[in-house]
Design a protein around this ligand. Sequence first.
Ligand code: NAI
Length: 331
Amino acid sequence: AMDAVRVLVTGAAGQIGYALVPMIARGMMLGPDQPVMLHMLDIPAAAEALNGVKMELIDAAFPLLKGVVATTDVVEACTGVNIAVMVGGFPRKEGMERKDVMSKNVSIYKAQASALELHAAPGCKVLVVANPANTNALILKEFAPSIPEKNITCLTRLDHNRALGQISEKLNAHVSSVKNVIIWGNHSSTQYPDVNHATVTTRNGEKPVRELVANDEWLNKQFITTVQQRGAAIIKARKLSSALSAASSGCDHIRDWVLGTPKGAWVSMGVYSDGSYGIPAGIVYSFPVTCKNGEWSIVQGLKIDEFSRVKMDATANELVEEKSLAYSCLN
Ligand code: NAI
């Protein structure tokens, strides 16, 4: 029998956590044959709720679930984990300054970086979901210097999937026929959803999205703003964050990273920039990537037009600013 993979979910008593842990236990993250051991971390104020989630996981009798660790102790939570999904964080509350929220999250991610570095299994893969996701991932990377930078990523797959969904709705084509959209940059409203390389599989073969939609006005304006502002639209409608789709996209992110992307397709992941496409090195930026043998690599050689260049640089600039804000919180 296969050994269980230990998967950490921080913030597991929260909205996304509640949607995510049953998906992991059902095999949606690591496949239908892979047993899992869930490690769930939350803060003491949420300990009782966290224990309730553990009770439900037991009650659901998931065949793949080999055990549950539910704890408020970060060392216990991180010990031996192979995958770490970082959903816990300090939310922005009304009237709070950006710097105050950043400061809270910088201290959380600094502490959790050290715990992962000391106690996670070798080769642990990290996905940061909590906002500001790119900068939390950067802080985690900086304070876990022995974890290879290629093992630390952030979630922009939800934005990627939202872009696929918008094209699918527009063309009345099934979402699985749409591929190769790109989310560039920050998981924030400055992100750039790019359809210039996206295609749809039709009865007459693969066609560019631009040709099929044949509406540059919609693609260059409404499509982009709808994807950028989708998170806010869901909060407005549900009065809660987009927990279901964030959880599902988090599973997609890890599954494709571990098991590989399909032939001919790429996905978007927030990764540590190596300077590809003229994006400054040293920030966590969302790029198109393919994955093989458990490693991602940035898709190279895509043609970037002037419209895209401006938007890719604007979201990079925001990340450079966020980085300096984060560093100013460290002092
Ligand atoms: P939530 O507030 O329901 O849950 C967050 C949980 O984190 C709470 O249970 C809280 O107690 C816990 N927590 C706080 N500090 C912690 C710490 N130091 N260690 C462990 N746990 C801690 O929030 P929700 O809706 O589940 O969202 C979680 C995060 O994900 C937020 O930051 C949100 O902005 C972000 N998000 C990111 C998305 C993405 O695509 N990257 C999409 C949607 C949400």
